[in-house]
Design a protein around this ligand. Structure first.
Ligand code: SF4
Length: 458
């Protein structure tokens, strides 16, 4: 039985897909990267932006036609959109299975049942914001522990979830309603998993959490915070680099920065979305910090870790955002000097506070222009700061072949182009043997641009 799984979402979704894939392979499924060859097609969906949901609906429209000639094809919709729309999705003529993120452990069983009975099946969590009963949490913990993320996705790297859900309720965000309340995984499970991944050849682990700096787990009278967890993961010998994403600036604890400074294996990279530089908009977003508090935190990070690279996210065109508010965001970007920023145009998500209570009153053209302007400002900063790497030797973890050609292929004895990342998350393209994939190597930087560096093997 061939399985194809399509991802529409964030790193959290990709990890869920990996775990489900691993569980299905254990049950005899074979993974195919060609959707046309699949007997079972799973779509792991995202609800964070309207565009992601529209893409899924358009795929389903196409699959409805495909199923006319392939009536045995099983189509499952899993992930955040499945939790948000539930029965509405199950009613779609192309859909056989619907499962929300809190129900991924049930997917193998559900699928076997659907294949046998040809009946539709659904597993979503009613009242997802109630404290999950222990049994549900235990089931997810066990599933997570039994199925490691697919280390071949990027050779030598693996993602490990340390917590689920979110308690922040940013007014634009659907995540707390589809992924439920914050629940941290037991440190001993996380360490066991990291150790196993390390033994299997993993060099870098990225710890995942929607608001990872909020990690808290109490056991045997001791409370473990993210700084403690980073120390414990550092003690796993075979792991060489540790990353963690994503942080929330609201209650970010300085002990995390201290742990980053003290622990050589923790890379000096922070993804900490600011979202806006206007206090008025930050308040309307319910972000629980001001622009100056954010800048103070960034400055503190740079005092403790002078080489830290920081990335951010922004939403432009949030309801009520004036030109003055936008200029405050521009100012923040100029002050913070991020390595890179992801900029999104606001789109109201049904069921969120901002969609329910605030008019989407910034015109599409204004949103588009602000998006372009902010990216251009960020680009100029990235270009200037990246140029400081020129001529330097950097250590990269090689991810594999570069997807698009960047430099002359004949350089370096006709070796292919490879792509790697520095500890500071800078992308480096160079020519080298593909066998370097999954290993660390030194590259001399010869050319820089805003987002990509180019160099030669040393
Ligand atoms: S912190 Fe805010 S933006 Fe991030 S997942 Fe939670 S609610 Fe969404």
């Amino acid at each position: 039985m061939k399985l194809h799984i399509k991802n529409f979402g964030c790193q959290m979704n990709k990890l869920d897909s990996s775990l489900v894939t691993s569980a299905l392979i254990d049950r005899g499924f074979e993974l195919t990267d060609k959707a046309v060859d699949a007997d079972v097609l799973l779509m792991n969906t995202c609800s964070v932006r309207a565009h992601a949901e529209e893409r899924v609906m358009s795929h389903l429209g196409h699959l409805k036609r495909v199923k006319k000639s392939h009536p045995d094809l099983i189509v499952g919709v899993i992930g955040c959109m499945a939790q948000r729309l539930g029965e509405e999705l199950l009613d779609h003529p192309a859909v056989d299975l619907v499962a929300g993120p809190a129900n991924i452990a049930r997917i193998p069983e559900m699928l076997e049942e659907v294949l046998k009975s040809k009946n539709k099946s659904i597993a979503i969590t009613e009242k997802i914001r109630r404290k999950n009963p222990q049994t549900e949490t235990d089931t997810l913990d066990k599933f997570e522990l039994a199925h490691d993320s697919d280390e071949n996705h990027i050779h030598g790297q693996a993602f490990v979830r340390v917590m689920r859900g979110c308690n922040n309720f940013c007014t634009y965000c659907i995540v707390p309603y589809v992924r439920g309340p914050e629940i941290s995984r037991p440190p001993k499970d996380i360490i066991e998993q990291v150790r196993r991944l390390g033994e299997g050849g993993i060099k870098q682990t990225t710890l995942l959490g929607q608001t990872i700096d909020a990690y808290t787990y109490t056991e045997g009278g001791k409370t473990y915070k993210l700084a403690d967890l980073l120390k414990m993961v550092s003690e796993v010998e075979s792991i060489e680099w540790i990353r963690f994403i994503t942080s929330h600036p609201g209650k970010f604890d300085i002990s995390i920065l201290q742990a980053m400074a003290d622990l050589d294996k923790v890379t000096p990279y922070l993804h900490i979305p600011a979202q806006s530089g206007s206090d008025r908009i930050l308040k309307a977003m319910n972000r629980k910090y001001t622009a100056s508090q954010y800048i103070d935190l960034i400055e503190k990070a740079r005092q403790i870790l002078p080489d830290i690279s920081i990335a951010s996210d922004f939403i432009v065109g949030f309801p009520g955002e004036t030109e003055e508010d936008f200029q405050a965001t521009v100012e923040l970007v100029k002050k913070a000097r991020f390595k890179n920023s992801f900029v999104f145009k606001y789109s109201p998500r049904p069921g969120t506070d901002s969609a329910n209570n605030l008019a989407d009153d910034v015109g599409e053209e204004v949103k588009r222009q602000r998006n372009l302007d902010l990216l251009a400002i960020q680009n100029a900063i990235s270009e200037k700061d990246s140029s400081k790497l020129l001529g330097r030797s950097v250590k990269v973890l090689v991810e594999g072949l570069s997807k698009k050609p960047h430099v002359n292929m004949t350089e370096n004895g006709n070796n292919p182009q490879l792509i790697g990342r520095t500890a500071t998350d800078h992308i480096v393209v160079f020519n080298g043997p593909e066998t370097l994939t999954g290993t660390f190597t030194a590259i001399r930087i010869e050319k820089t641009s805003a987002l990509t560096m180019f160099g030669k093997l040393e």
